[in-house]
Design a protein around this ligand. Structure first.
Ligand code: SF4
Length: 412
């Protein structure tokens, strides 16, 4: 039961794990389908059923949801009837506010205009298109299933269906990606006209194909300084084109920042539903098993126990570290009010650590009335808000966070 101490979630993430093949850099919890078209008979329908049972088991006593996000995996591989069944269950169990943002990830080569119409008819009002790169050689190198022709068809379908609220994902730092490739991808992304663009730097996750190739010396990953130049170039091109760089990897036209993801970055509660999904409810964070069988077994056991809120309560220190780590991803940064559990000792440690970076121009400090403070003016009494600078502070965020974590975890 919700104790009343914590806010009820206003957001739900629903994991749709199906992918035609596993991309070489991906370590997400997915189920590989091959080329077959999916139907709700058999294992796909079984998964939809399981997610609906998990939704129905939640103890929601709050307001209707403000955001719903279908992520994956590749949600556009799921037949529309599957999405409809899940959304109907969400409506019935949680309620969805009239003005809610309902997002869905879609991949080139997995949907057409008729499907887009179907998604819109279900009430889905924001789409995130996983382009990643516009060059066939880079897409093939990454093990992506789609090619440039699929991207062009996807963009045509989006334009013909008059979709306004959509985002386009790109990846930087792909092996063999040149500066010219990156510039061209940015240019073509802008021509396509999305309201939101995400640029993710490629990370070599353990046990992925890319990680194994790199360990065998078969993959030339760009050195950090080159990746940093890609980042700076993306920031320059997109902000000059009128996009607001509101989060370390995300850019939006005015009024088009992703509302759902901001729940994560503000360390607010949310439901996570489906295989591998993480939830944050009543102060407890919980990652579900990452395989279908593991998820089904957990689900049965959770239902049999009467659907308790899963996970361990996050300690005040963990909560503080998470709020800092997530909040500093945002251009707006962090205010003391967003760190309700911070005590005076922790506040002093945060101030000392942050001001030690001041001269490097990686951070900015603001006082009353949003007035910019010099490092020397920063005290516990004057400081109201602090943020990383764009792009240099964002580029060095790991160093800043490591220093903050070391200081705050000291003598705990
Ligand atoms: S499409 Fe996305 S989720 Fe699926 S394997 Fe590729 S990166 Fe992973």
């Amino acid at each position: 039961m919700n104790t009343g101490t914590y806010l009820m979630p206003t957001a739900a993430y629903i994991h749709i794990p199906f992918c035609r093949q596993r991309c070489f850099y991906c370590d997400f919890p997915i189920a590989v389908t091959g080329l077959q078209s999916l139907t709700l008979d058999g294992w796909v329908g079984e998964y939809v059923e399981a997610v609906c049972r998990e939704i129905a088991g939640q103890q929601h006593q709050g307001q209707p949801l403000q955001t719903v996000f279908f992520g994956g995996g590749t949600p556009s591989l799921l037949p529309i009837a599957g999405l409809e069944k899940i959304l109907t269950t969400v409506h019935k169990h949680f309620g969805i506010a009239m003005e809610a943002e309902i997002s869905m990830e879609i991949d080139p080569g997995t949907f057409d205009q008729v499907q887009l119409q179907g998604y819109k008819n279900l009430g889905i009002n924001r789409f995130s298109l996983g382009v990643q790169a516009f060059q066939d050689n880079l897409l093939a190198l990454c093990g992506r299933h789609h090619c440039r022709r699929d991207i062009d068809q996807a963009l045509t379908a989006i334009a013909k269906e008059n979709i306004k609220n959509w985002s386009l994902d790109l990846i930087t730092g792909i092996p063999e990606q040149t500066e010219a490739d990156w510039h061209r991808s940015l240019t073509l992304a802008l021509v396509a006209g999305p309201k939101h663009i995400s640029c993710y730097d490629l990370v070599l996750e353990p046990q992925t194909v890319f990680d194994k190739w790199e360990q065998r010396g078969k993959l030339a990953v760009p050195p950090p300084e080159r990746s940093a130049d890609f980042y700076r170039h993306g920031q320059e091109v997109l902000t000059q084109a009128g996009f607001y760089h509101y989060e370390i990897s995300n850019y939006g036209r005015p009024g088009h920042q992703c509302r759902h993801n901001q729940i994560y970055w503000r360390n607010l509660p949310y439901y996570g539903l489906g295989m591998g999904a993480t939830s944050y409810i009543d102060g407890k964070r919980f990652g579900r098993p990452r395989t279908r069988n593991g998820y089904y077994q957990w689900l049965e056991s959770w239902l049999n126990q009467g659907c308790p809120i899963p996970g361990e309560t996050v300690s005040p220190l963990e909560n503080l570290l998470e709020s800092l780590m997530l909040g500093l991803r945002l251009t707006a940064g962090v205010t003391w009010a967003q760190l309700p559990s911070v005590n005076q000792t922790e506040k002093a440690k945060i101030l000392a650590t942050l001001t030690s970076f001041g001269d490097r121009r990686w951070l900015e400090f603001y006082g009353e009335d949003n007035q910019l403070l010099s490092t020397k003016q920063v005290t516990g009494a004057t400081l109201q808000r602090f943020c990383l600078t764009d792009p240099e502070g964002f580029l060095y965020s790991n160093q800043i966070l490591s220093a903050l974590f070391a200081a705050l975890e000291e003598d705990c």
